[in-house]
Write a protein of this length. Sequence first.
Length: 56
Amino acid sequence: MKYWLKVLTLTIGFFLISILYAFLENKLTLDKIIDGLMFFPVVLLSAGYYFYHKDR
């Protein structure tokens, strides 16, 4: 169950980096935040799959 901590850290980090990138471009709008949230489950599932099979 330890890999879920890795997955959550990676996902939150990816989300924060996408928001920071949009903020640095001065294009931080609701659309950019929603785009970041749409990537959230994709990154969560792919990282979960990777760490689950890596740790086994």
